[in-house]
Design a protein around this ligand. Structure first.
Ligand code: SF4
Ligand code: SF4
Ligand code: SF4
Length: 274
């Protein structure tokens, strides 16, 4: 089935039930399928849609969300979406990554686990939308570099900051990129279906550990009530926790008045947000 086909939007994970795709017109579904097909499928949430690329495509079509928010896609993807929508060009949201002059997209990175530092806590595994991390409890973990999209979602949950990002250089043809995106989309759906099955399994006593899992849990129970603001808050508090851990680690090595003040302020922000 073609990536641009709206039939591709049938039988997708329950997480996407809240999009109400069955209520949309054929024209809207066609547009969503085409936009989703050109998105990188990094599922990084940088477009302010933590559940990934498809909800962003939906939001552009149904809620007139701005079509320049896909950071990893760069200007190329923004231009592509403008063409699909027959709208004027927009400048893509700037990012911290330098733009690769060949691809016109931000430079790509891949996650690497410093195996000597990894304590085998397994916290990074559920954060990965494409199941690219392997490892068992109390043993060092590794990343399948070929599968990693560089979404950075595994960084915040790691309590010892042993995951680092390394830049990669490559120049994909449009055809290869489309194939890769279709593969990543499939892996994400597989990941969501696997997590849902795990949640439905009454013998499973693992805690819900990620925002997407939490939403999936609610969707499964047909009680989806986490709104956009809550999703943003969840990401914001995760970022604060990560900063706190980094500062505590730095302060344990060397005292610094400015950093202590920053730490106190972050802790106050976290207490307020909780
Ligand atoms: S890859 Fe782009 S569209 Fe997909 S989640 Fe990330 S920012 Fe959003
Ligand atoms: S290993 Fe980390 S950076 Fe790579 S895809 Fe998984 S969560 Fe994203
Ligand atoms: S979260 Fe960090 S310490 Fe824990 S298993 Fe993953 S890489 Fe290792």
């Amino acid at each position: 089935m073609s990536n641009n086909s709206p039939q591709r939007l049938n039988n997708i994970p329950v997480l996407f039930d809240e999009l109400g795709l069955t209520e949309l017109s054929d024209e809207q579904l066609q547009c969503i399928a085409e936009i989703d097909a050109c998105l990188p499928q990094t599922q990084c949430g940088l477009c302010e849609h933590p559940e990934g690329c498809l909800p962003y495509a939906h939001s552009i079509v149904v809620k007139s969300d701005s079509y320049n928010k896909c950071v990893p896609g760069g200007q190329v993807v923004t231009d592509h979406i403008a063409k699909i929508l027959d709208k004027p060009p927009l400048s893509v949201t700037p990012s911290k990554w330098a733009v690769n002059t060949n691809s016109q997209r931000p430079n790509e990175v891949r996650a690497v686990i410093k195996e000597d530092d990894c304590i085998g806590c397994t916290k990074c595994i559920p954060a990965c939308p494409v199941d690219a991390i392997i490892g068992t409890s109390k043993h060092s973990h590794s990343v399948f570099t070929d599968l990693c999209t560089g979404c950075e979602l595994c960084l915040a949950p790691c309590p010892v900051d042993c995951i680092e990002l390394v830049p990669i250089e490559r120049n994909l043809s449009d055809e290869k990129r489309e194939q890769e995106q279709a593969h990543l989309r499939q892996r994400y759906h597989h990941h969501l279906n696997r997590v849902q099955a795990q949640m439905n399994d009454k013998r499973n006593n693992k805690p819900v550990v990620s925002m997407v899992q939490s939403k999936l849990n609610n969707a499964t129970l047909e009680q989806v009530n986490i709104d956009e603001q809550q999703a943003k808050n969840t990401i914001a508090t995760a970022k604060i926790r990560s900063k706190i851990k980094k500062l505590e680690k730095q302060l344990s090595v060397r005292d610094n008045e400015k950093k202590r003040q920053e730490l106190a302020s972050l802790k106050a922000q976290l207490a307020q947000a909780s």
